[in-house]
Write a protein that binds this ligand. Structure first.
Ligand code: ADP
Ligand code: MG
Length: 746
């Protein structure tokens, strides 16, 4: 900053004001801080400024310190004119030249004595490891060694001001500016503070404002009296030796030290940390709840049967029919088996798409049947060894398949249709497979039982019409009324009916009349006539049918042969399962070459499901955005309230040489640290829940649908949100100048 020619100019002073004026504009009214002040200051001087309150002393010191701007006149720093100075230039000036001491100390109350002095050094680019001895020396110099690790808020006024002096000295600037440093002190403390100031004054320029001139008289080399914004009197009292200032270059705070201080500030004031922590916890939980809601909706959507027709939604499945809907012959099956990549063929695949219940008095599982040949190992239990042993596949969070597995293994089950018909009553579940990608249960059965079920599946998928006495009745599957059922005691072509349906016939008597049964489905239709040869009541039901009293129902019993004729049909629709899903299209085109109409199940599902997903995703994005904005503002306002107590801190940091960017980074680091703590605690709770150490249904509900990926996404979203909160907060904070913010807060 020293220019060549100035070096040789004798009258170049350290600080020089020439006709400088400072005005305040507020609400359209112009007030004057001071007007047309011309003053020069040199190294070695101990300048005392007095004057009544409101005469412009503080304003003058703030302009000299570069804390406030001036409107008129010229100010020279070491010979250099400053009208062209930018905010950054003044920041550098303050770094290099000025150490401030204030009436109200401007210390960080929650920091220790040591940390207060450390702060100013770190802010001015010192390395942490280089400053320890320097700080301790300074603390000793102001006689506070005993209190080096005490929080400043616990010290007396005199002790505080001594910390402030040590802090002003730490930076080794040529100028110390003190605005009423003894204003808040008792007489004794005031004396020791002034003495201390005089001792450090020797090779510096000290400018001090006081109401109590007698206290400083002894040391002052010059006295200036202000009155009504003007210099009324300026007298030299003593000789002093002037010399060239030694200027040090100050750097900016390093990134590492920013993090250090940011983290320190996070935990510094415990209630503030906890409040912010709770806000973040609230935001995180709100987000997790919302997010898992979406995941659950997605899951429910899947579960809701997006494809009602094909219940078995395996990726490997191709459904096929002959082009002309004719029977698929053994010859055809041989050809299909020979196609490369074909795993196996389900001849009557209707069974795959019909729902069944595996149930007993205590448990009930709902799902589809598949062949045991499809699996070779289970997650719990063992593989079946007998015909009546089965495996169930289901969702891993399913209470019955998880915690209750042992009980499930130890009871026997019925296989029932969803219309309540019992198909088999002696099943044992011996193995469980977990699969969260599938929405229902799958029952793996031995081929013999599958054959039993096959006819029933055909029956379920057919329409039955019964004609009695010339009247047609369409049989409703949900009520057993008029349904046909095979019975070994009935002869071919004959029917055994319930006494209760006699009213349907002429003269309410069906004996010897003829009943016609039509079976129709998408592949075939079949008609038969039966002669009514018997009627049963509750009393002779067992005798006539051989079936137990519990199964008594209003049905039409026919011979097993006739029933088989209706439903034990050759195959009209089959399914092929491939080994390698990636090559499913090749199999598909081979099948078409053989004259089959085909349908790859995966394609029907993805297309349909993709549409739903698209809608869900758009909805999700909108809701998440709204939630994000709402959360942002709630969190912002609460955090601003909590952080408000720290505004004094931030203006102090600025006065000590921290730029806006530095403070913004402090705030960001602080909030992000607090947020990360809250997220860590959340993850810990989730982990404890997963590990089964804690049992909280709320946490369990939130997290059961979320994956690790979800947690990472939420983390990123919330990190960005926390960062934006800190940016917004910092921006608002800097709307006014450091001094203004400080004065407003104190
Ligand atoms: P002193 O420190 O000598 O008591 P100040 O320098 O604080 O006096 O104030 C000088 C004049 O400037 C006073 O008239 C005061 O009202 C005015 N002033 C000081 N600060 C402001 C401000 N921020 N806005 C408006 N006027 C101000
Ligand atoms: Mg003042």
């Amino acid at each position: 900053m020293l220019h060549g020619k100035d070096m040789f100019m004798k009258d170049t002073s350290l600080l020089k004001l020439k006709n400088v004026s400072k005005f305040y504009y507020s609400k359209g009214v112009v007030a004057s801080g001071f007007t047309k002040v011309s003053l020069e200051f040199n190294l070695g001087e101990f300048v005392v400024i007095t004057g009544e309150s409101g005469s412009g002393k503080s304003t003058l010191l703030n302009v000299l310190s570069g804390l406030d701007s001036y409107e008129e006149g010229e100010m020279y720093i070491n010979g250099e004119e400053t009208s062209h100075y930018s905010e950054e230039d003044f920041e550098n000036y303050r770094k290099t030249y000025i150490g401030n001491i204030f009436q109200s100390f401007n210390l960080v109350g929650s920091y220790t004595v040591y940390q207060n002095i450390e702060l100013v050094l770190l802010l001015n680019g010192y390395k942490k490891r280089n400053i320890k001895t320097k700080i301790i020396e300074l603390i000793k110099k102001v006689d506070l060694y005993k209190y080096r690790n005490t929080r400043v808020s616990k010290l007396s006024g005199g002790q505080k001001q001594r910390v402030a002096i040590a802090r002003a000295l730490a930076k080794e600037t040529p100028i110390i500016i003190a605005d009423e440093p003894t204003g808040n002190l008792d007489l004794k403390s005031a004396k020791s503070v002034i003495k201390l100031l005089s001792e450090i004054a020797k090779d510096k320029l000290v400018i001090i404002v006081t109401h109590n001139y007698e206290q400083v008289e002894e040391y002052a080399t010059r006295k200036i009296e202000m009155h009504d914004g003007k210099v009324r009197e300026d007298i030299d009292l003593k000789e002093y030796t002037s010399k060239e200032p030694e200027l040090r270059e100050y750097k900016n705070i390093s990134f590492f030290n920013k993090v250090r201080i940011g983290v320190r500030n996070t935990f510094n004031i415990v209630p503030k940390f906890l409040l912010t922590f709770v806000v973040f916890l609230f935001v995180i939980i709100a987000f997790l709840t919302e997010y898992s809601g979406f995941r659950q909706a997605e899951y429910e959507e899947k579960k809701g049967g997006y494809n009602n027709y094909f219940q078995n939604a395996s990726d490997e499945r191709i459904v096929l029919q002959k082009e002309d809907k004719s029977v698929i012959t053994n010859e055809d099956f041989k050809k299909i088996q020979r196609i490369d990549n074909v795993d196996y063929v389900v001849r009557d695949d209707v069974i795959l798409d019909t729902d069944y219940l595996v149930e007993n008095d205590d448990y009930s599982f709902y799902g589809n049947i598949d062949s045991l040949t499809r699996i070779n190992k289970v997650d719990k239990g063992r593989m079946p060894q007998n015909k009546n042993e089965i495996v169930i596949k289901g969702y891993s969070h399913d209470y019955y398949l998880d915690s209750q597995a042992e009980e499930v293994f130890n009871t026997s089950f019925n296989l029932n249709t969803i219309y309540g018909q019992i198909i088999n009553s002696d099943l044992k579940v011996v193995g469980i497979i977990y699969d969260d990608s599938y929405h229902m249960h799958t029952f793996y059965f031995d081929q013999d039982i599958i054959d039993e079920v096959r006819e029933n599946a055909n029956e379920q998928n057919s329409q039955l019409t019964v004609t009695i006495n010339g009247n047609k009745y369409v049989v409703n599957m949900y009520e057993s009324h008029l349904r046909i059922s095979p019975n070994e005691k009935i002869a071919q072509g004959e029917a055994l009916i319930a006494y209760d349906i006699n009213y349907l016939c002429k003269y309410s008597w069906c004996g010897n009349s003829t009943i016609k049964v039509d079976v129709k489905n998408i592949y075939y239709s079949e008609s038969k006539e039966f002669k009514v040869t018997g009627m049963y009541t509750k009393y002779n039901f067992y005798n006539l049918t051989g079936q137990s009293y519990q199964e008594y129902d209003t049905k039409i019993y026919i011979s097993e042969k006739d029933y088989h004729d209706f439903f034990d049909k050759e195959s009209y629709q089959s399914s092929v399962f491939v080994k390698n899903v990636k090559k499913i299209d090749d199999v598909d085109s081979e099948l078409q070459k053989l004259g089959f109409k085909t349908l790859i199940i995966r394609d029907t599902l993805t297309n349909e499901y993709a549409e739903i997903l698209k809608v869900i995703n758009i909805f999700k994005i909108i809701i998440t955005t709204i939630l994000f904005v709402v959360m942002f503002f709630i969190a912002y306002f609460v955090i601003r309230l909590i952080q408000k107590s720290k505004n004094v801190y931030y203006s102090t940091v600025r006065i000590l040489g921290g730029s806006k960017n530095v403070i913004r980074d402090f705030i960001s680091i602080e909030l992000l640290t607090d947020f990360n703590m809250a997220y860590l605690v959340t993850l810990l709770l989730v982990f404890l829940d997963h590990a089964g150490i804690i049992h909280n249904s709320f946490i369990h509900d939130i997290t059961s649908y979320l994956t690790l990926k979800d947690f990472i996404v939420i983390y990123l979203i919330l990190t960005i949100m926390s960062y934006f909160i800190s940016l917004r907060y910092a921006r608002k904070l800097f709307k006014s100048s450091a001094m203004k913010t400080y004065n407003e807060e104190v």
